[in-house]
Write a protein of this length. Structure first.
Length: 238
């Protein structure tokens, strides 16, 4: 018995399009359409026209006359991007091409018709005995491939935007704590301004570092008597 979680909704599609299924290729297209809608794609009609309104939301239903031609062409949207599913029949195979309009990439899966579909109607196990393998192929070669490509495009776009922004402002993403802090104007820390206040009492800057009126001015190379010798106090302390 088919896993209900994996194939939920397909039986309803079988009943809804019972009269539209006239050949084995129709079964394959119906199954692929069901899986695409299950994965978030919505159909906006038949054909391979690449012009579309980005506001179109699409539907889970197949358009009228979807199975009336030898080959298939169905248009889908997802995340406001157009995708076109083409089914091209050869003598023994149905080749599905899934094209993304915005980057012109093409994904494809070949289906050997008689090996894939055993009957037009019946349970999924009867009409498509290898449906589990087909599910894995659709997920890997169509849905996951589309999602990974979209992620690559988003990452590339984001990196390009960051590179462009860094080109305009190199410091926007490089912000070490010791480089981008606002500088504080501290004149008193400028060694070149020491003594300025003595020359201009109303100006900024530090005064002299010694008292010019101190009569006990040190002589170069000498220290006050007894300084640094244990037990002896400087004369001016006594």
């Amino acid at each position: 018995m088919a896993c209900a979680n994996n194939v939920f909704g397909f039986e309803l599609f079988q009943k809804l399009y019972y009269n539209d299924i006239r050949k084995k290729e129709d079964v394959i297209i119906l199954f692929v359409h069901w899986y695409l809608t299950k994965s978030g794609f919505r159909c906006i009609g038949i054909g391979d026209d690449t012009s579309f309104d980005a506001s179109e939301t699409g539907t889970e239903l197949l358009p009228t006359e979807w199975s009336s031609r030898p080959n298939y062409a169905l248009r889908y949207v997802r995340d406001s991007k157009l995708h076109v599913l083409l089914g091209i029949k050869s003598d023994t195979d149905l080749l599905l091409n899934f094209m993304r309009h915005h980057d012109n990439s093409v994904l494809n899966i070949p289906f050997p018709i008689d090996e894939t579909v055993s009957a037009l109607h019946g349970s999924l196990e009867v009409i498509m005995p290898s449906y589990q393998t087909i599910l894995r192929n659709l997920q890997k070669d169509f849905v996951s491939a589309i999602c990974s490509k979209d992620a690559e495009i988003q990452t590339t776009t984001l990196n390009d935007e960051r590179s462009s922004e860094m080109g305009r402002n190199p410091n926007i993403y490089y912000n070490p704590s010791n480089l981008n802090r606002p500088r504080v104007n501290r004149p008193e820390l400028d060694p070149g301004r020491v003594g300025v206040r003595d020359l201009d009492p109303f100006g900024e800057g530090s005064g002299m570092i010694f008292d010019p009126f101190d009569t006990r001015r040190r002589q170069i190379g000498r220290s006050p008597a007894g300084l640094g010798v244990p037990g002896i106090l400087p004369p001016y302390v006594l």
